[in-house]
Design a binder for this molecule. Structure first.
Ligand code: AP5
Length: 220
């Protein structure tokens, strides 16, 4: 399956993507995680991306699309993938369509996670991310690690992301509304959007998502 996951910052895209990619046996491709890996390795791409990310802005399309295409071209993504955080504006969605067309494949669904704004603010404020692997995510109240400040999965140090400060989160939400939300209409026109509520316990949301994707597939 080829799926795009969309939703505001802090909606739980990364949290759900880890579970869904395991259930669906497709790789989880997060452009945010790829940028953070470049930042920790201090690559040129990482240095460039950090300045945009810390300000809550999108990293320029040219480098983002090239990075995403390179990752989607790796062997593990040949039979499908779960995209998290890409595409993030209409021109990225058009670039993805072009890439898929060249490969003679199509998207199966765009899973839209709906969460009220006051909830995403609470989720982001309490988020703690692993320095070793930004896919390992915790929350001080909703899903605390067994030992404070330590990742349950790999023992890495937990930290608060630089772009999770209050001012940056406000900017990220604004960017989401102005630049990312339009891709939902773009994909609605292609009949691909499956919307679910992302409120409630994490495992319940995973089951809700799997059920909605299955119903959508059966209806096609
Ligand atoms: P990215 O890393 O993609 O950030 P985001 O989209 O803002 O999403 P988040 O990672 O903040 O949240 P999430 O929805 O994954 O939530 P999570 O599962 O962590 O992008 C960061 C930056 O990189 C961008 O701002 C941009 O600069 C750049 N970038 C990335 N992609 C780009 C692109 N395509 N083009 C240009 N620039 C790009 O959950 C949040 C918290 O809530 C966690 O603490 C979690 O434990 C908790 N939680 C999750 N689910 C629940 C639940 N059901 N109940 C209670 N708590 C929950």
């Amino acid at each position: 399956m080829r799926i795009v996951l969309v939703g505001p910052p802090g909606a739980g895209k990364g949290t759900q993507a880890v579970r869904l990619s395991e259930e669906l046996r497709i790789p989880h491709i997060s452009t945010g995680d790829l940028f953070r890996a470049n930042i920790s390795q201090q690559t040129e791409l990482g240095k460039l991306a950090k300045s945009y990310m810390d300000a809550g802005n999108l990293v320029p399309d040219e480098v983002t699309i090239a990075m995403a295409e390179d990752r989607m071209g790796q062997p593990d993504a040949e039979n499908g993938f779960l995209l998290d955080g890409f595409p993030r504006n209409v021109s990225q969605a058009e670039a993805l369509d072009e890439l898929l067309e060249n490969e003679n494949v199509t998207l199966d669904a765009v899973l839209d996670l709906e969460v009220p704004e006051d909830e995403v603010v609470k989720r982001i404020a309490g988020r703690r991310t692993c320095r070793n692997k930004s896919e390992h995510v915790f929350h001080v109240t909703y899903s605390p690690p067994k030992k404070e400040g330590v990742c349950d999965v790999c023992g890495g140090e937990l930290y608060q992301r630089d772009d999770d400060s209050e001012g940056t989160v406000r900017k990220r939400l604004e960017v989401y509304h102005t630049q990312t939300e339009p891709i939902i209409d773009y994909y609605k026109a292609q009949g691909l959007v499956v919307t679910i509520s992302a409120l409630g316990p994490v495992d319940e949301i995973t089951q809700r998502a799997l059920g909605a994707l299955k119903r959508d597939e059966d209806a096609k």
